[in-house]
Design a protein around this ligand. Structure first.
Ligand SMILES: C[S@@+](CC[C@H](N)C(=O)[O-])C[C@H]1O[C@@H](n2cnc3c(N)ncnc32)[C@H](O)[C@@H]1O
Length: 266
C-alpha cells in the first residue's frame, strides 16, 4: 500500500480530490492511504500563525520554522537515516517532476508532502526537515496543494490494480521510454470529413502495432525532439528494447495527419 501524508494550511482543497476518480478508487481498494493534515493544528499561539514577514524586507510572508518543522517531524520523524518516510516539499525551485521520478516514488517509502504558501518556506526548515524539493515546472503557483495533488494522482495511477488496463501505462507518453504516445481515435469513423486512419480499422494487429510505434516516434520528433537526444538508439516507443525506431520509415514531420486521412477518405 502507498502511504501519503499531506501537510497544508488548506486541507479542504483535498476533499473532493480524494473521493474522485482513480484516487478515490485507490483509497477504497486500500491500494493507497492518504491523510491530509492541517498545519495550524501544530500552531501554538491563539491566532494559529504559520507565517511572518521576511528578514531583509520585501513583499509577502514566509512560512515560519515553527510550527512547520515540528509538524514535519511529528509526522515523518527527524531527518536522517532512521527516518522511515521521505519528505517532499513542493517548490518551483525543486527538481522538475518526471514520469521516471514518479515510478521511483511509487515504489519507495511513505511520503509526506509539504505544501508551501506565501513566499515559500523558511530555508532552515528545508535544510533541517525536508529530504527533497519537487517542482511541477518553470512557473509559479500560489501554493503547493495543486502540485501535491498532481503528484498524488501521478503516483496512484501507477499502483497495481488501480488502472482498469495496466497496459496503458506502457503505451502512453513516457510509459515505455522517452516517447510521446501517437494520436488516438474513437467512433465515428468519419467526423466532419476527417477519417480515422484506415490501418486502425483493418483489424491487422501487427500493422496497427507498427503504425502506432511509427506515429509515436514521429510525434516525439515533431513535438519533443529533446526527448530523443538522450534516448537509447535501440529503443522504440512502448518498448525498452528492439523495435523499428531506426528503420528510417519515420522522419520528423513524416507522420500522416488526420488531414491526410481526410484526403484519403475523399
Ligand atoms: C508563491 S510560491 C513561492 C515562490 C517562491 N517565492 C519563489 O520565488 O521561488 C508558494 C508555494 O507554491 C508552491 N509552488 C508554486 N509554484 C510551484 C511549482 N512550479 N511547483 C511546485 N510547487 C509550487 C510551493 O509550495 C511554494 O512554496
Amino acid at each position: 500500500m502507498l502511504r501519503i501524508d499531506v501537510l497544508t494550511i488548506f486541507p479542504a482543497l483535498f476533499d473532493a480530490f480524494l473521493e474522485t476518480a482513480f484516487v478515490g478508487v485507490a483509497r477504497s481498494q486500500r491500494a493507497a492511504e492518504i491523510r491530509v493534515h492541517d498545519l495550524r493544528e501544530w500552531a501554538r499561539d491563539r491566532h494559529r500563525s504559520v507565517d511572518d514577514t521576511p528578514y531583509g524586507g520585501g513583499p509577502g510572508m514566509v512560512m515560519t520554522p515553527e510550527p512547520l518543522g515540528p509538524a514535519i517531524e511529528s509526522l515523518a520523524g527527524p531527518k536522517g537515516p532512521d527516518r522511515a518516510g521521505h519528505v517532499v516539499a513542493l517548490s518551483p525551485q525543486g527538481r522538475t517532476l518526471t514520469q521516471a521520478r514518479l515510478a521511483e516514488l511509487a515504489s519507495g517509502p511513505p511520503l509526506l508532502l509539504v505544501c508551501g504558501r506565501y513566499e515559500g518556506i523558511d530555508q532552515r526548515v528545508l535544510e533541517i526537515a525536508v529530504d527533497e524539493e519537487i517542482s511541477l515546472g518553470d512557473f509559479v503557483l500560489s501554493g503547493g496543494e495543486l502540485p501535491a495533488m498532481v503528484l498524488i494522482e501521478g503516483l496512484v495511477r501507477l499502483l497495481p490494480g488501480v488502472l482498469g488496463n495496466p497496459e496503458s501505462l506502457q503505451t502512453e507518453s513516457f510509459g515505455g521510454g522517452d516517447f510521446l504516445e501517437g494520436p488516438q481515435y474513437t467512433r465515428p469513423p468519419v467526423y466532419r470529413g476527417l477519417a480515422v486512419p484506415e490501418v486502425l480499422r483493418s483489424g491487422h494487429h501487427a500493422e496497427i502495432e507498427r503504425w502506432r510505434r511509427d506515429q509515436a516516434l514521429a510525434r516525439t520528433c515533431e513535438r519533443r525532439p529533446d526527448l530523443l537526444d538522450g534516448a537509447d538508439r535501440e529503443e522504440s516507443p512502448g518498448s525498452r528494447s528492439g523495435g523499428d525506431a531506426d528503420s528510417g520509415r519515420v522522419r520528423p514531420g513524416g507522420s500522416r495527419t488526420t488531414q491526410d486521412n481526410r484526403d484519403a477518405a475523399d
